[in-house]
Design a protein around this ligand. Sequence first.
Ligand SMILES: [Zn+2]
Length: 301
Amino acid sequence: MGADLHGLGYAQSRLTRHSAESGDTVPEPGDAESRIVLVAGDRIVLSGDTALLPPGRAAAACHGDLTLFLGRLDGAPVFACAVAPEVAEGFEAEPGFRTSDLRSLASEAGIAPHELGLLATAKSILGWHARHGYCAQCGTATRLAAGGFRRECPGCGTHHFPRVDPVVIMLIARGDACLLGRSPRFKEGMFSCLAGFLEPDETIEDAVRRETREEVGLPIGEVTYHASQPWPFPSSLMIGCVAQALDAAITIDPAELTEARWFTRDEVAAMIAGTHGEGLSVPPPMAIAHLLMRAFVTGKV
Ligand SMILES: [Zn+2]
């Protein structure tokens, strides 16, 4: 049985990605059937409870240099377009339209979960294009290809593909307790799972062991995979694991953490419910750390 993904942000998508389609033919955003996502930096334009706008005004706003063909949703072509902040403000000024950022949308759960996944794809790939205008091999300006799922270098012919940065995030368990930490940037009273980027040529298990040793000085035995979550800030994949600690003595790396503690299942349940005696809290359900903690509390891991 798979993990319970209920409430997890960006992890569901019904998009049939263009990269998965055969051939290189890319439709135009003008068809009546097409749907368009408008992204202005961190802001996304919404009409009611959807960011999938019909053409017309949205297509007219899309004359900038960066329009992606993401793929198809129920057969209809879906595009993502980077627009200037003034364009988003123009929509915002009209009845029925608003803008929001992707984190708020996931926390509010105001739009369909599958749409959040599609928006994560749009934001991640648009961001990649914005940061990769030049060939890393020879420095020539590159051009968009394959609807935006590739950039090509006219100088040396290299094809560049949108990148994903894997991150391990682990619930460290020992018997009936789990270890949670506080990073200096967390809001007061919030504890979460430890996490860190994978390094080149490292297995997921070894990354979990290395990060845990570096951050809290604990040796780790068995590591099991639980679930994953796309994290489009800018383009990570969170790989959620459960790690069995072989010891309980913690030595914190003060550069990474301000505090780390062992919590019992009951305590974590209270933190999730918002009833912990010390007022401690955990990340919201849209975050995979929450899912890992919920699985721990309910004895699923
Ligand atoms: Zn090149």
